[in-house]
Design a protein around this ligand. Structure first.
Ligand SMILES: Cc1cc2nc3c(=O)[nH]c(=O)nc-3n(C[C@H](O)[C@H](O)[C@H](O)COP(=O)(O)OP(=O)(O)OC[C@H]3O[C@@H](n4cnc5c(N)ncnc54)[C@H](O)[C@@H]3O)c2cc1C
Length: 275
């Protein structure tokens, strides 16, 4: 499965633990993610919750430096907000008991409102949780107005879903400009944040902002299999770098998003499907 090999740790929980050890030894932290989205069967949702509880235990037992990222639509958001909140709290309790962090991925725009509401309600009880936000959405600046004053911690990414022009910035240079604007805002406020991109221009911009402002409570985040040369360079420059490390059998939607970002990756997908 070349796609799996390239972009994900493997299909099992032991694959992610093994890869986590290797990446830790090189100096990276990891962000483990069990692949899956839009899960609607109660059994599959419960299996996913159990998987995450087990994942936290294994990260702890193996002393792996890193956190976990979840999608609320794998915890029941497609069925109801209530279901997703209940399941999220179970996982957050486990994370908290082990002094570990949890990230919420941001998903397609159909879910943006719900994910932000659930994040804000989780923030009232937990301080070990952060939220991904997308620079391509026109609404994101005003979402930050709500999230930051409440102590929210965000992962700024460009956004990976195919959204309509009515709500999303479509031109790459314009997305980058909005990313810079949001990044400045993050450097001005006090909360911890994450810069999730492989865009060299944005990484240099962030490094410059950090130098000027003397703000260091952030980390860079990257995806497994994307620009590994650059990942090593950022790490070599003394920054904290966390590698998003997905695993599991439900890799197809994830792989398709990686192809949307870079057409050449389609060859990896063809090889995976034929194989
Ligand atoms: C840690 C992390 C977490 C993320 N979480 C979310 C999330 O919760 N929700 C969400 O919508 N999106 C998420 N994303 C994805 C993100 O929104 C972008 O789609 C993705 O990072 C590509 O954008 P870029 O900023 O790297 O810039 P781009 O302009 O797309 O890429 C910059 C350069 O990086 C390289 N590159 C980028 N992508 C690829 C690829 N797939 N294969 C090979 N090379 C590539 C190319 O050299 C490209 O020129 C996450 C990204 C990261 C790094």
């Amino acid at each position: 499965m070349p796609v799996a090999k390239h972009f994900i740790a493997g299909t099992t929980i032991s694959d992610v633990i093994e890869q986590g050890k290797i990446l830790n030894a090189k100096g990276y932290k990891i962000i483990a993610n069990f692949l899956g989205e839009d899960v609607i069967s109660d059994d599959a949702i419960e299996n996913t919750v159990q998987e995450y509880l087990n994942l936290y235990d294994l990260l702890d037992e193996n002393r792996i430096a890193g956190s976990v990222s979840v999608k609320l639509t794998q915890l029941g958001l497609t069925l109801s907000n209530e279901k997703a909140i209940l399941n999220l709290k179970r996982i957050l309790d486990k994370a908290k008991s082990l002094d570990r962090y949890l990230w919420l991925d941001m998903e397609g725009s159909k879910y943006t409102d719900s994910i932000i509401e659930i994040y804000l309600s989780a923030l009232k009880e937990y301080n070990n949780v952060g939220l991904a936000i997308q620079a391509y959405l026109k609404r994101t600046e005003s979402d930050l107005d709500r999230i930051l004053p409440k102590g929210g911690q965000v992962r700024l990414c460009k956004g990976a879903y195919n959204e309509p022009a009515s709500i999303a910035i479509k031109k790459r240079p314009d997305i980058r400009e909005n990313y810079k604007k949001l990044l400045k805002r993050l450097f001005e406020q006090g909360n911890f944040f994450a810069i999730a991109t492989h865009d060299e221009d944005l990484i240099s911009f962030a490094a410059e902002l950090s130098k000027q402002s003397n703000v260091q409570n952030f980390e860079f985040q990257v995806l497994k299999g994307v620009r590994e040369d650059m990942q090593a360079r950022i790490l070599g420059n003394g920054y904290t770098v966390s590698i998003y490390l997905p695993y599991g059998k439900e890799w197809l939607p994830y792989a398709i998003r990686r192809i949307r970002e870079r057409r050449r990756n389609i060859f990896l997908l063809f090889r995976a499907l034929l194989g």
